[in-house]
Design a binder for this molecule. Structure first.
Ligand SMILES: Cc1cc2nc3c(=O)[nH]c(=O)nc-3n(C[C@H](O)[C@H](O)[C@H](O)COP(=O)(O)OP(=O)(O)OC[C@H]3O[C@@H](n4cnc5c(N)ncnc54)[C@H](O)[C@@H]3O)c2cc1C
Length: 452
């Protein structure tokens, strides 16, 4: 391993970091998972050629490489282990091109989502994927995980917002997938294959992003308080079934809401209160907000509709404080099941039953506009106890039985690798594993993640 570090140093000099602090930090992301030991080095790439040099040395020596953006992932995908190289893309932050008339931008992978959008706003455009972590996560990480966010029910997820990617393959060769055009169906869609590939197929070193014009009109907010989570879930499903497209529609159950109010020093909500927060934008924002308010009220909520931007921000702060609020309750295993919107009430019922039967606390927040639920299994101590894994296992099975999926946006990483085959089935798992082998015959790209 000393040889590998020496080879890296000879090509990359000070960009090879073997300090104990950097190596220890690379063992973990925000999932609470930690690898068994420190990687041999962290390479801080500043250029495509740094990534190519790293991969050439890695393939010549059979050394595993774990690509890493900002390390905000919630599946353990960026965690690197003993004998591995952590390859950080966080220093590659250049914007090569913004073309508002063509609605595209060409960027490096390490730029933070929020920084990109600040730069794009000057041109009247934006990149729509908006994970709640947008201020701290990279565009490359967003692409590699196939991230979603609050606005994606109306404006789409990463998969809908990438035209092409530049990828350094396992042997160090640079290839370009995709195109700069709105249409393009030449050959297989390898851009789509890279989205959500979690560093297992190649290193994303550039991306051609599909932009949107900034929405016009005054954002309207709807805050709807229910006394029952099933009624709240049914209410949100009724909103989308009515053909309405709120830009945001989030649901926080009673435990989540209480924890966030405590964290933010807000007055405690009434016992058992569940909150749905929705926002509308565009030219019909006011009328859509009125209709959404009516539907949620007839589902049993007390409803407030507002066009005050401060109130809109206040409601978003409450929603975005979910993650720190869960950290204040203990260790949280943050799950990410997604179900058809009409199945959300049944999914909430199942989680409540699992919570009762396993004697656990499982606060849930949901991107209710698209049926994506984040149950947070709270436990003591740094490790997830077997009882929690048993409860999570039961929850995954319910989600699959309801026509859903294990992960809507966080990815498989190490956390869900154990269940991947069950969702895909043997034949599809073998096909996917075959694709992985084609891209990475030595299995040096993020081994031990996704396909185990
Ligand atoms: C407070 C909080 C809120 C969050 N909210 C959301 C949310 O609303 N929606 C959502 O989808 N996620 C959310 N996340 C999870 C996380 O922010 C996203 O998964 C994000 O896309 C990860 O980006 P990153 O730069 O931190 O990637 P990392 O965590 O560094 O890496 C994630 C995965 O991508 C791979 N990877 C990273 N960069 C590259 C690259 N350039 N090439 C190849 N592979 C690469 C890594 O190997 C790893 O498998 C949240 C996390 C936190 C902490």
């Amino acid at each position: 391993m000393t040889d590998v570090v020496e080879m890296l140093r000879a090509e990359l000099g000070e960009r090879v970091d073997t300090s104990p602090a950097a190596r220890a930090a690379a063992r973990t992301d925000r999932s609470g998972q930690r690898s068994a030991g420190d990687p041999i080095a962290v390479v801080h790439a500043t250029d495509v050629s740094d990534v190519q040099a790293t991969m050439r040395i890695a393939s010549a020596t059979g050394t595993p490489v774990v690509p890493r953006g900002a390390g905000t992932g919630l599946a353990g995908g960026a965690n690197s282990d003993v004998g591995e190289i952590s390859l950080s893309l966080a220093g590659m932050t250049r914007i090569h091109e913004i073309a508002p008339d063509d609605l595209l931008a060409v960027v490096e992978p390490g730029i933070l989502n929020a920084d990109l959008n600040t730069a794009l706003a000057e041109h009247g455009v934006w990149w729509a994927p908006d994970p709640a972590s947008r201020a701290i996560s990279t565009v490359g990480g967003n692409i590699a995980t196939g991230a979603g966010g609050l606005l994606c029910a109306k404006y789409g997820v990463v998969r809908d917002a990438v035209l092409g990617v530049d990828v350094v393959l396992a042997d160090g060769e640079l290839v370009r997938f995709g195109h700069r055009t709105v249409k393009g169906v030449t050959g297989l869609d390898l851009t789509a294959l890279m989205i959500g590939s979690e560093g297992t197929l190649g290193v994303i070193v550039g991306a051609t992003l599909k932009l949107r014009r900034l929405p016009t009109g005054i954002v309207h907010s709807i805050a709807a308080v229910f006394s029952d989570v099933r009624a709240a879930a049914a209410g949100t499903a009724a909103v989308t079934a009515a053909g309405l497209s709120p830009a945001i529609m989030e649901l926080m159950d009673a435990t989540s809401l209480r924890a966030v109010h405590a964290l933010l020093d807000l007055p405690a909500p009434a016992a058992g209160s569940v909150q749905v927060t929705a926002q509308t934008d565009g030219p019909d924002a006011a009328e859509e907000a009125r209709r959404i308010g009516e539907i949620l009220a007839s589902a049993g909520a007390s409803v407030e509709v507002s066009d005050d931007p401060d109130r809109a921000e206040e409601l978003l702060v409450i929603r975005r404080s979910m993650h720190p609020a869960m950290e204040s309750l203990g260790t949280a295993l943050i799950e990410d099941v997604s179900v058809p919107r009409s199945a959300m009430p049944d999914m909430f019922d199942a989680i409540a039953r699992i919570e009762r039967e396993h004697g656990l606390v499982i606060p849930v927040v949901a991107h209710a506009g698209d049926g994506n639920l984040h149950p947070n299994f709270i436990c003591d101590g740094p490790d997830i106890p077997p009882e929690v894994w048993r409860a999570a296992d039961e929850m995954f099975r319910v989600a699959l039985a309801l026509g859903g999926t294990l992960t809507g946006e966080h990815g498989v990483g190490v956390l869900k690798a154990h269940w991947l085959r069950e969702e895909l089935g043997d034949r599809q798992w073998e096909l996917q594993r075959g694709i992985k082998t084609l891209f990475d015959p030595q299995n040096i790209l993020n081994p031990g993640k996704v396909f185990v």
